[in-house]
Write a protein that binds this ligand. Structure first.
Ligand code: FES
Length: 124
């Protein structure tokens, strides 16, 4: 599990991009739920953390594809492939992400490594 930040530092309605490889976006919805998905849109090279969060969906800032944060599924085109989702938990007030072992879905022309380099790790 990768430590992200204290929960109080990620306000509802906000997202945080983790500069790991490939990058991960962590979202805190207005309802107080936390989700983590690969940050790079599967259509082209855009950061979903810079997109618009609405309920359990994020809209890509470049061409407005929408992804369901719960499943990674595409809810609106032009993207066709889902984004990878990651496990999120909160322990002692700190957000942690468990990086999925599934292969990421990178857009055409974008190379991603599957060697996630953690920002920091917990000792457990
Ligand atoms: S880059 Fe995301 S919809 Fe095109």
């Amino acid at each position: 599990m990768m430590a992200v930040c204290p929960l109080v530092d990620l306000a509802r309605g906000e997202a945080r991009r983790l500069d790991v490889e490939p990058p991960i976006a962590v979202f805190h919805t207005e309802d107080g739920e936390l989700f983590a998905i690969d940050d790079t849109c599967t259509h082209q090279d855009a950061s979903l953390a810079d997109g618009w969060l609405e309920g359990c969906e994020v809209e890509c800032p470049l061409h407005a594809s929408k992804f369901d944060l719960r499943t990674g599924a595409v809810d609106a085109p032009p993207a066709k492939r889902p984004v990878r989702t990651h496990e999120v938990s909160v322990r002692d007030g700190v957000i942690f992400v468990g990086v999925s072992a599934d292969a990421p879905s990178a857009p055409a022309g974008v190379q991603v490594s599957t060697n996630a380099a953690p920002v920091s790790t917990d000792a457990t």
